[in-house]
Design a protein around this ligand. Structure first.
Ligand code: BG6
Length: 482
C-alpha cells in the first residue's frame, strides 16, 4: 500500500522534554536557580508569577518537577521499551554555569549529563539536545536583564563550548534556542528571553511589553546562535545544528484579499523572520519595513552581518500544536495557544485548554517551510495536553491522545509523500511533566503517567498509558500501522 512505509528507514521517532519542566533537583550538586525556577505555579485562569527571590510557602513547580535527575535510568528504560530512536532533551544551563558568568563549568553538572547520554547510548537512542529551552541562569537575568544585554552572548558561547567539547562523541544534533520566535510577542518574553525589567526600568514579572527591547534581545540570540553554530562546526564537523521555531500557523479569516494579506504578513513576522535569519544568515527584506513601522531600531555591531552568515543552521525544527485564524473577526472570538494567539476557526475543535486541533495544518506548514529552505526538517514538539483519569485497575485509557497523534502523524506521512525531507518526530512531553504555560501537572502530554498533582503532591510513580503501547507499535512499524 503506497500510503504505508513512507517514512525513511532511519526516521528518528521519539519524544521530547525540557530540563526545567522535567529534572527537578533545582539547587543540588552546584546548580543555582534558572529563570524557570523563579516561576510560581499557575493555572488555566491564573497566570504564573516571576519572583525575585523564592517566597516562603509558594509552590515552584520546577523545583522538583518529576525528578528525572534521580530517575533518569527508569525513564530512559521506558523510552527504550517504546522503541525510541531519538530523544529530544535540554541541558539546564545553570547546572553547568550556575550563575552564568563563571569562567569554568561546574564539573558535577557536566557529570549528570555524562550519565544521561551514556544511558541513552545503551539503548541506541540518539539525543537531540536543546541548549537553552526557555531558561537561563537567573543570575544573568538579574545582572544584565538577560538577553536585553549583549553581554549574554559571551556567556552563552562559553556554555556552548563547554558542552560541545565535553559531549563531542555522544551528541550529534543540537538546537540552539527553543522557540526563539517567542520573543516576538510579550507573552513569550520571560520564557524565551528572561527579560525582567522593561524600558522604564520597572520589574515586570509576567512579560515585557517593549517591542524594541524584545527585538534587541532577539538579535542578541541570533548572534549567539550563529556563533554557537560556527563554533560547533569547528569543534566537530559532524555536528548538526538546528533552529527551533514555535510555528504560529494562521489562516486568513475569509478569502477577502486583505485578510489573506494579513495572514501572510503575520506568517512572515511571527515565523519566517527567525527562520530566515537562522537558515539564510540574514534578516529578510520584509523586516526593514516592519521595523520602520514599529519604530524598532536594532543596535548591531559591524561584524554581526558576517557572523550571521557564518552561522547558518543545518536543519529546521519546529513545534506544532495548533492553528488559528487571522483577519476581521468580532471581539471575543479569540482562541488560545502557547505564546501566539489568534481567532477561532469554525472548522476546528479545541483542546480543554482552548488550543485548536488542526492536523492538516501540520502538512501545510511542513510543505510551506520545506519549499522555502529545502533543508532537513524535524517536528520536535507536537501533542495533546489533556486531563487523564487513572481507572480503578490502574489503566489510563487516553484514546483522545492516540486520536490526536494519529491524525498528525497521518498528515506528516502525507507531507513526506509530498516530498518534504522530514527526518525526526519527537512528540512533546513523552512522559508527564510540568506545563510551561500554566505550571500545572494536570495538563498531561505523556505516554507515561506520573503520579503528581498541581500542588506538588504524589508519589512520582510512573505508569504506562494506553498510548504507550500504541506509540510502541507506530515506531515498530515505522509509522505504517497507526
Ligand atoms: C512549547 C514549549 O511552547 O509548548 C514547551 O516549548 C511547552 O516547553 C509546550 O511545554 C507545551 O506547552 P504547555 O504550556 O502546555 O506546557
Amino acid at each position: 500500500n503506497e500510503t504505508k512505509n513512507v517514512f525513511p528507514e532511519n526516521f528518528m521517532w521519539g519524544g521530547a522534554t525540557a530540563a526545567n519542566q522535567y529534572e527537578g533537583a533545582w539547587n543540588v550538586d552546584g546548580k543555582k536557580a534558572s529563570t524557570s525556577d523563579m516561576m510560581t505555579g499557575g493555572s488555566h485562569a491564573v497566570p504564573r508569577r516571576v519572583t525575585r527571590t523564592t517566597e516562603e510557602g509558594v509552590h515552584y513547580p520546577s523545583h522538583e518537577a518529576v525528578d528525572f535527575y534521580h530517575r533518569y535510568k527508569e525513564d530512559i528504560r521506558l523510552f527504550a521499551e517504546m522503541g525510541f530512536k531519538s530523544y529530544r532533551m535540554s541541558i539546564a544551563w545553570s547546572r553547568i554555569f550556575p550563575n552564568g558568568d563563571e569562567l569554568q563549568p561546574n564539573e558535577t553538572g557536566l557529570q549528570f549529563y555524562d550519565r544521561v547520554f551514556s544511558e541513552l547510548k545503551k539503548y541506541n537512542i540518539e539525543p537531540i539536545v536543546t541548549i537553552s529551552h526557555y531558561e537561563a541562569p537567573f543570575g544573568l537575568t538579574m545582572k544584565f536583564n538577560a538577553w536585553a544585554s549583549r553581554e549574554m552572548i559571551d556567556c552563552y558561547v562559553r556554555y556552548c563550548e563547554a558542552i560541545f567539547t565535553r559531549y563531542t562523541d555522544v551528541v550529534k544534533y543540537w538546537i540552539t534556542f527553543n522557540e526563539i520566535n517567542s520573543l516576538i510577542v510579550p507573552a513569550g518574553a520571560y520564557l524565551a528571553g528572561a527579560l525582567l525589567v522593561d524600558d522604564s526600568g520597572v520589574f515586570n514579572s509576567t512579560a515585557v511589553d517593549s517591542t524594541q527591547m524584545r527585538f534587541q534581545a532577539l538579535h542578541h540570540q541570533f548572534v549567539a546562535s550563529a556563533k554557537a553554530v560556527k563554533l560547533a562546526h569547528e569543534i566537530n564537523p559532524d555536528f548538526k545544528l538546528g533552529c527551533m521555531i514555535n510555528y504560529s500557523h494562521g489562516y486568513g479569516s475569509t478569502c477577502k484579499p486583505e485578510d489573506m494579506l494579513l495572514a501572510l504578513r503575520m506568517d512572515q513576522v511571527n515565523n519566517m523572520l527567525c527562520g530566515d535569519v537562522q537558515v539564510r544568515g540574514e534578516y529578510p527584506d520584509f523586516a526593514k519595513r516592519y521595523f520602520e513601522e514599529k519604530g524598532i531600531e536594532i543596535r548591531v555591531e559591524a561584524e554581526d552581518a558576517e557572523t550571521l552568515k557564518q552561522g547558518c543552521v543545518d536543519f529546521y525544527s519546529f513545534s506544532y500544536y495548533k492553528s488559528h485564524v487571522v483577519g476581521t473577526r468580532p471581539e471575543g472570538d479569540e482562541t488560545q495557544g502557547n505564546v501566539f494567539g489568534g481567532f477561532k476557526n469554525p472548522y476546528l475543535k479545541a483542546t480543554d485548554w482552548g488550543w485548536q486541533i488542526d492536523p492538516v495544518g501540520l502538512r501545510y506548514v511542513l510543505n510551506h517551510v520545506y519549499d522555502r529552505y529545502r533543508i532537513p526538517m524535524m517536528v520536535v514538539e507536537n501533542g495533546l495536553g489533556a486531563v487523564d483519569t487513572v481507572e480503578e485497575d490502574g489503566t489510563i485509557n487516553d484514546t483522545y491522545r492516540i486520536e490526536f497523534l494519529r491524525a498528525h502523524i497521518e498528515q506528516m506521512r502525507e507531507a513526506v509523500r509530498d516530498g518534504v525531507n522530514l527526518i525526526a518526530y519527537t512528540s512533546w512531553g513523552c512522559i508527564d511533566i510540568v506545563s510551561a504555560s500554566t505550571g500545572e501537572m494536570s495538563k498531561r502530554y505523556g505516554f507515561i503517567y506520573v503520579d503528581k498533582d498541581n500542588d506538588g503532591n504524589g508519589t512520582l510513580k510512573r505508569s504506562k498509558k494506553n498510548s504507550f503501547y500504541w506509540y510502541q507499535k507506530v515506531i515498530e512499524t515505522n509509522g505504517a500501522d497507526l
